[in-house]
Design a protein around this ligand. Structure first.
Ligand SMILES: Cc1cc2nc3c(=O)[nH]c(=O)nc-3n(C[C@H](O)[C@H](O)[C@H](O)COP(=O)(O)OP(=O)(O)OC[C@H]3O[C@@H](n4cnc5c(N)ncnc54)[C@H](O)[C@@H]3O)c2cc1C
Ligand code: FES
Ligand code: FES
Length: 475
């Protein structure tokens, strides 16, 4: 279905009359002939298609790196999309120059995506630290240069840009002065305000055959070619769906809040200090900037990291159909493999996590074939409420060991009222083992996953209660 989508592409206003589900990268390359944005995998894995997405919001215009192969054209409405061509200045930018000076580009296929990712980092990162710069390009794969040269380029880039930009009151202006971004960026906020509203249907009533889409990071991988011709019901465009807000004794997280939104939320950081660190293990920057809570849950992958973490936080899910909302415990929402307690026409509106008076001790463990940009073979989370030395209540979950993200009901109940001792942990792990049914697949043999979960459950206690258990092997 073709609906006009109006946005600013680099320094030009564009009116795209292509079907709304068209992947942004296809519009950029095929329609606009901006071929600096590359296509490597079409699955969010390589970062070659990375573009900057500037979204107006309460805090002004925020720029984030996104994978344009997984991004629906309609979701660009009212935004500023920047490709590598839109970053070019009269000479090389300090980012490009650092790559040339350090020999950090060979065939050059990956370089535009990396430069765009680093520009997003320079626009948004508070401290301009080297580690954060490395994190910013975790989703950009280079097959020929080698990452040592790229790391040197990052150091050089930071030496050049940091003194001018790190403490500047106006980062955008500082980066324009430093030649990192062209001067036309300064006028973009005002130009976006003047755009006509398109593509942004905020009504809850959608055609029955519309595809419910949030970040698209699962949908484009699973159904990419088919999506271009379909009507989309974009969760990100629904009023309040991306918000995170307090309500009485709980925090509500809009279903369209992204992993990055969660990592940046002060509210969540205050309630669950280690959460942002755990969420860093979800994929890489470009995917985290789009992957949503609702998409993770409704996709119902048995190894969804967010689902597993939220189960350990004793979360509930708000399900909405038009004006009606009902609430379910997340632990009761997953029925069987890809089967959910989701009625026709319902969407996930929010997830709530209860706040406990004395806080929750939260821990998450994940084992994947790669440290970043990969989904888990097995993952697990635990949330403990303590009453002095005793566990008052426990919520334990595991992924990759059952057809659903699994709430370990019996193991959670077993821990309640007990002290943390080697014996408690040994018995707890045995109870958990009786609740799982892993299968052998590409991510590991059933026996391996079973052994892995034992280790992860043990690791929760090693991390949360240092020195309490005998060092070395499982108790
Ligand atoms: C390269 C790559 C790496 C990844 N790494 C990880 C990882 O490390 N950990 C991990 O857990 N996942 C990972 N994923 C999977 C994916 O990013 C997550 O599952 C993400 O949270 C999905 O959210 P989304 O908004 O993109 O979902 P979408 O693709 O938009 O939607 C997924 C499903 O949910 C439905 N849906 C979306 N929102 C709603 C709603 N509000 N109500 C009802 N239905 C809805 C859609 O119809 C669709 O069926 C990765 C994906 C990619 C491409
Ligand atoms: S083409 Fe590889 S991430 Fe988009
Ligand atoms: S320079 Fe060739 S892929 Fe990176």
């Amino acid at each position: 279905m073709a609906v006009e989508t109006v946005f600013i592409l680099n320094d030009r206003e564009v009116r795209a009359a292509l079907p709304t589900g068209t992947a942004l990268v296809d519009f950029i390359r095929d329609d606009q002939r901006l071929t600096g944005t590359r296509v490597g995998c079409r699955e969010g894995d390589c970062g070659a298609c990375t573009v900057l997405l500037g979204t107006p919001g309460a805090q002004g215009l925020r720029y984030r790196a996104v994978a344009s192969c997984l991004f629906p054209l309609a979701d660009a409405a009212g935004c500023h999309v920047v490709t590598i061509e839109g970053l070019n200045n009269a000479g090389l930018t300090p980012v490009q120059q650092a790559f040339v000076s350090e020999g950090a580009s060979q065939c050059g296929f990956c370089t535009p995506g990396i430069v765009v990712s680093l520009t997003a980092f320079l626009l948004e990162d508070a401290g301009l630290d080297l580690d954060d710069a490395v994190t910013a390009i975790e989703g950009n794969i280079c097959r020929c240069t080698g990452y040592t040269a790229i790391r040197r380029a990052l150091e050089r880039m930071l030496q050049e840009v940091r003194p001018q930009a790190a403490v500047a009151p106006d980062r955008l202006a500082a980066l324009i002065a430093a030649g990192v971004i062209p001067a036309y960026f300064a006028a973009i906020p005002a130009r976006l305000k003047a755009l006509p509203a398109t593509g942004a249907d905020k009504s809850a009533k959608q055609p029955k055959d519309a595809v419910v889409m949030a970040g698209g990071t699962d949908l484009y991988v699973q159904r990419g070619p088919e999506l271009a011709g379909r009507k989309l019901d974009l969760m990100s465009r629904r009023e309040g769906f991306a918000a995170i807000w307090p309500e009485a004794d709980r925090i509500l997280i809009g279903a369209a809040a992204t992993v990055s939104d969660l990592m940046e939320s002060r509210l969540l950081a205050a309630a669950f200090p280690p959460l942002a660190g755990f969420l860093r293990q979800v994929s890489a920057t470009q995917v985290r900037n789009r992957a949503t809570v609702g998409g993770n849950i409704v996709n119902a992958s048995p190894i969804g990291d967010l689902s597993v973490i939220l189960l350990a936080l004793d979360a509930a899910i708000g399900l909405r159909r038009e004006a009606l909302t009902r609430e379910r415990k997340l632990s009761e929402f997953f029925l069987d493999y890809k089967k959910l307690d989701l009625r026709p026409g319902e969407v996930a509106a929010w997830v709530s996590v209860p706040l406990r008076r004395d806080g929750v001790r939260l821990h998450f463990e994940k084992v994947a074939r790669r440290r970043r940009q990969d989904i888990a073979s097995v993952n697990s989370a635990i949330g403990l409420e303590m009453d002095g030395e005793r566990i008052a209540a426990a919520h334990v979950s595991a992924g990759g060991v059952a057809p659903v993200p699994l709430y370990l009901r019996r193991a959670s109940a077993f821990l309640a009222g007990r002290k943390v001792t080697a014996e408690t942990v040994r018995e707890f792990i045995a109870v958990a083992g009786s609740e799982i049914a892993p299968i052998s697949d590409v991510r590991g043999a059933a026996a391996y996953k079973r052994a892995l979960l034992r280790r992860l459950l043990f690791a929760h206690f090693l991390e949360l209660f240092p020195g309490r258990l005998p060092a070395g092997d499982l108790p």
